[in-house]
Design a protein around this ligand. Sequence first.
Ligand code: UDP
Length: 346
Amino acid sequence: MAKVIVTGGAGYIGSHTVVNLIEQGHEVVCIDNFFNSHQVMWRHLEELVDRKVPQYNIDLTDATAVDKVFSEHKDAEAVIHFAARIYVGESVEKPITYFRQNLNSMLNVLESMAKYGQKTFIFSSSCSVYGNAEELPVTEATPFGLAESPYARTKQMGEQIITDFVRANPSVQGVILRYFNPAGAHPSGQIGEAPQLEQTHLVPIIMEVGAGHRKELTVFGGDYPTRDGSCLRDYIHVSDLGSAHTRAVEFGLEKAATKSTNNPSIFNLGSGDGVTVLEAVKAFEKVTGQDLPHKIVEPRDGDVAAIFATTTKADQELGWTPQYSLEDIMRSAWAWEQARPSKLKA
Ligand code: UDP
């Protein structure tokens, strides 16, 4: 059992990871300023795991505040760093905000780790580091592509900083997790995606259309070189991502004990399957038995045509394979769509 400091633990992937860590017997200390999450969701999480979980409401760009939390938890062994700005479109409009927030917060966390001796750093990266990959599926050996947005560039820079950091601090093991498209919600219906900012992701928007909160889904582009002309992505259930992080903590700590390398370990976290937007619509219709109004419109700026992962490395080295299907994703997201309004009431 390890004590793990989780930044951004109240957010979408963070909260599902915190639940999994606790279920697997680990102890969690969370840092989250609820910039893009809700305090009330933290209460649902605590109900789900049936205990109080320490939570610090601080801004990670405040180095003194970060240092204080780490100094109070010198016995923590691992750090999972989720907290970041996450919207591609917003990053194009506010690049400085993205560089300042995403990089400064990470630098503060790394500096405190180096001071207080945590042994493993797990970083939330993204398949956006691959840009428009020439060959699909992408493996961890696929080189960085041209970053399509400042958001993607902060992830590339984050990975480079970690590489230099662990080389200079051999007692720390770095694990870089490149997420594909997280979707779905916890099977309990207690927690799910609930951003403060406007929703732009496909699966929650499908749910909002299904529930009648939006008139129709606009499918961005119908003329891509894919099997039906719509964009192809790799959707991974958020609870599968949660269990992958727990494995990553355990893997990083095992590696720290054997000190086999000073390079970070990199893993793709996807399902290994490509799904088009129109196939996602069909999966929703199959699961709910209702038609989803949609129309094809112009492509969205910055979208790549197709990307999906190979997950062999995560399977072989992390011992992790996804358990949930696309239909499970749709079913749980639909259940969450029904539960969300009451869950967000204080
Ligand atoms: N998409 C769409 N309509 C929407 C939202 C998304 O057609 O209202 C498409 C988008 O073009 C992309 C896919 O759904 O091909 C996944 O988009 P999302 O924003 O969920 O994730 P991204 O892959 O951009 O990180």
